[in-house]
Design a binder for this molecule. Structure first.
Ligand code: NAP
Length: 371
């Protein structure tokens, strides 16, 4: 259907006052498929006008009609939410579990950024540039929970997303990977607002982000793995049919004084021997195409992976805005004396790492008739 003939779908935003919630508002307020109909946050904010209660941190103004809306409690029966088909959630993990489940039970489609349902065997964990095919488990999720419309789709941890896009390009071109080692340099916006205190982060590197390494190490195999032929179970990258074993992933995570943009320094070993040449790896990154692009959904970047030739790129400040923050940048592709190849990747953690992924996942679901 041509975009101009499509009736806009009413959506709500959970955690609308937060870092991810603000990006949802910025992106959805001009969206061709979706119309913001409800904003939800904690009881600290509920009942108040959005512009009065939000510490807006983006460099575009709060859209006027959104600023005037009254923030609701995150309940499916609340004003505005009861007319929505979809909610985009930027809720804290402490509260996301019960709230997102309540919305699903009320037959809404939920796109979550929290960790709570990422390991759930019924919930797809989708990076839209990598594995939208995992949406095929939705009929099973609905039938197991006796739902006709509601379901939950999660997106990945923001550093995981920046890593799996180039890894997917390598697996697509050269077959399964054996081992991946990544060291991240993560932006402070990844911790939400107000995040890490300035006295802790300025002039400093903090070599610990609670739970982050385990997320990268586990989520990578769910995303890069497939669905078993019955479309009812994820293979977690261990399939006799596809001849895959779980990839050994080891992550070191650090927080650095960057506002937006997570960098990853990655080393990879292929199962294939001999491994591809550096020129072949670079070509695989440059030629990577994904389903979101084939479907032509509005948030899909023209290029999923931007390869940088200069030896000192990608850099967060210079490269995070490429393709409206919806792509992954890759550079410094070179031989690894311990594994096979090493490179640097960069993702905008709040756009492709969070809000843009949820929105692109929902656009793909619309195109597949799942909303
Ligand atoms: N920031 C990133 O780069 C990023 C990337 C990927 C995933 N994520 C994930 O996305 C989620 C949101 O992260 P964030 O950085 O946006 O956090 P944030 O800035 O701290 O925002 C949290 C939001 O949750 C709301 N909230 C807190 N307690 C609540 C409650 N009891 N009931 C209802 N709403 C409540 C807050 O509302 P009030 O303003 O009313 O307190 C606020 O809107 C987290 O699960 C995070 O792990 C974040």
């Amino acid at each position: 259907m041509a975009p101009q003939d499509r009736q806009q779908i009413k959506v709500g935003i959970l955690g609308a006052t937060g870092t991810v919630g603000q990006r949802f508002i910025q992106l959805l307020s001009v969206h061709p498929y979706f119309k913001i109909n409800a904003l939800g946050a904690s009881s600290r904010s509920a009942g108040q006008q959005y512009s009065k209660v939000t510490r807006w941190k983006l460099n575009t103004p709060i859209p006027k009609e959104i600023g005037q809306m009254v923030v609701q409690e995150c309940q499916p029966e609340a004003e505005g939410f009861k007319d929505c088909a979809v909610v985009f959630s930027g809720l804290d993990a402490d509260v996301a579990g019960n709230i997102e489940q309540a919305f699903r039970s009320a037959e809404l489609v939920v796109y979550s950024n929290a960790k709570n349902y990422r390991r759930d065997p019924l919930c797809p964990l989708i990076v839209p540039l990598v594995n939208p095919s995992h949406l095929s488990i939705i009929p099973h999720q609905r039938s197991q929970l006796n739902l006709s419309k509601g379901y939950i789709v999660t997106n990945a941890n923001c550093s995981t997303t920046g890593l799996v896009v180039p890894l997917a390009a390598l697996e697509k071109a050269f077959g399964p990977l054996e081992t991946v080692l990544v060291t991240t340099l993560q932006a402070i916006s990844g911790a939400g607002y107000p995040g890490v205190s300035s006295l802790d982060i300025l002039d400093n590197v903090v070599p610990h982000i609670g739970g982050e390494e385990e997320k990268i190490e586990w989520e990578t195999n769910k995303i890069l793995g497939g669905l078993k032929s019955s479309d009812t179970e994820f293979d977690l990258h261990a399939s006799s049919e596809n001849n895959t074993k779980p990839i050994n992933v080891s992550a070191h995570c650090t927080r650095v004084p960057v506002i937006d943009g997570h960098t990853g320094c990655v080393s990879v070993k292929f199962t294939r021997s001999p491994p591809p040449s550096i020129a072949e790896v670079e070509q695989a990154f440059r030629e990577f195409k994904c389903e979101a692009q084939d479907l032509g959904v509005p948030s899909a970047p023209e290029q999923a992976i931007v390869v940088h030739d200069l030896p000192d790129r990608p850099q967060p400040r210079l490269d995070r805005d490429l393709h409206n923050g919806a792509c992954v940048s890759v550079g410094r592709i070179r031989e690894c004396p311990v594994f096979d190849v090493k490179f640097v990747c960069l993702i905008d953690n709040v756009r492709l790492g969070a809000a843009t992924s949820s929105i692109m996942n929902a656009e793909i679901a619309v195109e597949k008739g799942l909303i």
